[in-house]
Design a protein around this ligand. Structure first.
Ligand SMILES: [Zn+2]
Ligand SMILES: [Zn+2]
Length: 366
């Protein structure tokens, strides 16, 4: 029986389809196919049946010429040689994406079209990085501290190694996007690719879900990581703890944990860079005559601050080397004591008299 019509159209010569010589190398063939795939890609030509056909035709030609066995059979016997091998072409567009990802590596179509496709679940994947904030006191920042940080995060399910598929089953190509993970949508003049809603951009779905994780491929874990925070660490600084992030799947490496430090405010002390700031008050006779004041330190002890005679309001007394250690470089910052001089608001009549005398003496330069 003779079949006619478009279903049985004579196939074009594969070399002709890819516009390459019969002696072309694989690299030349690949390059040519990439250019054609880009030109006729369905995402770029939505609803254009001719473009889709051209895309499929080029893909089939590439699939055959890229395979040494198929190419040899084709070179010798033409299309009949492939029929004899049981080769029936590339199937639909979705099949092309999933098959050709294996040929080019998973990023081929992502590279070419910039689609934010999620990585495949059947290949090793690095675990995600985790970020946490931890708050510490000024005293802890001054001395350094080891903090137990409790983190909770999704982790690949160990039962199914992150695939989400029940034992003995595998993930199947998504029917909505044909395994591409992306669907094309027209917005006015533009065609946008967006993640497929059915497979959430993964290109594959679970037919029988893993019981441990209900098909999610991940479970929530809670664990405690002991993180040493070095003396001198400051507010807003982030520490990287290698290998303490989410575990990878299929032998992929573990991610990192990033710990950002927040300094709790202190009643009496403040921090300015490597310096520790303390504010205190002295009476004006003390400022004039000089004195020694005992102040509390961050570690709960006390230290003595010598106020020199003739100190002016707002002057600083510096205790060198009593501040924070410098993270880069040597030494420490200072403890800077800002001294406020209090002027009495209420005076007894006796004190008033003495002050008035003092005023006269100072005016006379005595
Ligand atoms: Zn599971
Ligand atoms: Zn899908």
């Amino acid at each position: 029986m003779l079949r006619v019509g478009p279903l049985f159209m004579a196939k074009r010569d594969y070399y002709e389809v890819l516009s390459v010589e019969r002696t072309a190398t694989i690299d030349v063939i690949k390059k040519s196919y990439k250019a054609l795939a880009l030109k006729h890609h369905p995402d770029r030509n939505p609803g254009d049946a001719a473009a889709e056909e051209a895309f499929k035709e080029a893909s089939e030609a590439f699939q055959v010429l890229n395979d040494p066995n198929k190419r040899a059979a084709y070179d010798r016997y033409g299309h009949a040689g492939l029929d004899a091998q049981g080769y029936h072409g590339v199937g639909d567009v979705g099949d092309i994406f999933s098959q050709f990802r294996d040929i080019f590596g998973q990023d081929f179509f992502g590279d070419v079209f910039g689609g934010g496709r999620r990585p495949r679940r059947d290949q090793p994947q690095r675990g995600g990085d985790l970020r946490v904030a931890v708050s510490i006191t000024l005293a802890e920042a001054l001395e350094g501290v080891k903090k137990d940080i409790e983190i909770e995060h999704p982790s690949p399910c160990e039962t199914c190694d992150g695939s989400g598929a029940a034992a003995g089953t595998t993930r199947q190509n998504c029917s909505m996007c044909g395994g591409r993970g992306q669907v094309a949508q027209s917005r006015g003049m533009f065609v946008m690719s967006s993640p497929c809603p059915q497979c959430r951009g993964e290109g594959s779905v679970v037919t029988k879900p893993c019981e441990s994780c209900a098909g999610r491929g991940e479970v929530n874990v809670r664990r405690t990581v002991n993180v040493p925070l070095p003396a001198g660490i400051d507010d807003g600084q982030t520490l990287r703890v290698p290998g303490k992030g989410q575990p990878g799947t299929r032998g992929g490496p573990t991610g990192h944990l990033y710990v950002t430090v927040q300094l709790e405010p202190h009643d009496r002390y403040q921090r300015e860079g490597e310096h520790l700031i303390y504010e205190m008050h002295v009476s004006f006779p003390d400022a004039a005559l000089g004195t020694e004041v005992t102040i509390p330190t961050l570690d709960g002890k006390t230290t003595k601050v010598k106020v020199p005679a003739g100190l002016q309001p707002g002057d600083h007394v510096v205790l060198a080397g009593s501040g924070f250690p410098r993270l880069q470089g040597r030494g420490r910052g200072d403890l800077v004591v800002i001294v406020h001089v209090d002027i009495p608001k209420k005076l007894s009549s006796k004190a008033k008299k003495l002050l008035a005398e003092l005023r006269e003496m100072i005016a006379k330069g005595e």
